[in-house]
Design a protein around this ligand. Structure first.
Ligand SMILES: [Zn+2]
Length: 234
């Protein structure tokens, strides 16, 4: 093979690896964001349950006060009832006391429901907090792994960039810039193998004459379809 083509192949290998690593590095912030979103969602779940719990507690206290006012009314009415001498007034007060007592029973039923609800929320909150701890631990581990990966990728990138620069320094300038243009515009490779007269870059058959020139290996030959530099696969 043409020695310059060999160098180009090594250069291309490094450039492809660099590109691959750069793509991987680009996904790191996305992975971090996803972890942060998981964390926020777990915290939001806990916060929502706490909020519900506070709400139920406020409602329950309000009912407790309602019971309290009615109990005071009953006490006052009982004093009045004790003091009265009129039979019909005694009975009327008795009805009123009964009415308040019925109301208290109803409110106490509601209170009981709220207490059941509060217990349910408490249990949910305990479960959610437990889940949150597991999520936090898992995320801390994943974040650490991401940091380690990022460091590894960065140092590998530096190594490859240095290697690439060294190889590039040995390649003739015109050929290098021709290759760079191709590598950039094609996105995958600037130099590809010719296999059974087919360019492996564009998968088109080249002319017999082109194939012969590639096989001879005495000059730099491009695919007449895609422009990529060709080397003999055999
Ligand atoms: Zn081609």
């Amino acid at each position: 093979m043409h020695p310059e083509l060999e160098q180009l192949l090594v250069l291309q290998d490094r450039q492809q690896k660099i590109k691959q690593i750069q793509t991987e590095v680009e996904t790191l912030p996305l992975q971090r964001n996803s972890l942060e979103a998981q964390l926020a969602s777990s915290a939001a779940g806990i916060e929502a349950l706490k909020h519900r719990g506070r709400h139920v507690e406020v409602d329950r206290k309000k009912l407790e006060l309602d019971v309290g006012t009615r109990a005071e009314s009953i006490a006052r009415l009982k004093t009045q009832q004790y003091q009265t001498r009129k039979n019909d007034e005694f009975q009327a007060i008795g009805h009123e006391i009964e009415r308040y007592e019925n109301e208290i029973r109803k409110i106490e039923d509601e209170e009981l429901e709220l207490m059941v609800e509060a217990d349910k929320i408490k249990a949910e909150l305990t479960a959610e907090k437990k889940k949150g701890t597991i999520v936090r631990e898992s995320i801390a581990r994943q974040t650490k792994d991401l940091e380690a990966k990022s460091t590894t990728l960065q140092s590998r990138l530096e190594e490859l960039t240095k290697e690439r620069a060294e190889i590039a320094g040995k390649i003739e300038e015109d050929l290098l810039s021709r290759f760079e243009r191709l590598f950039k515009s094609k996105g995958d490779a600037g130099i590809v193998a010719l296999e059974r007269e087919v360019c492996t870059g564009c998968h088109m058959k080249v002319t017999t004459q082109t194939a012969h020139r590639v096989k001879a290996g005495k000059e730099i030959v491009s695919c007449e379809n895609c422009g990529r530099i060709l080397y003999d696969a055999a």
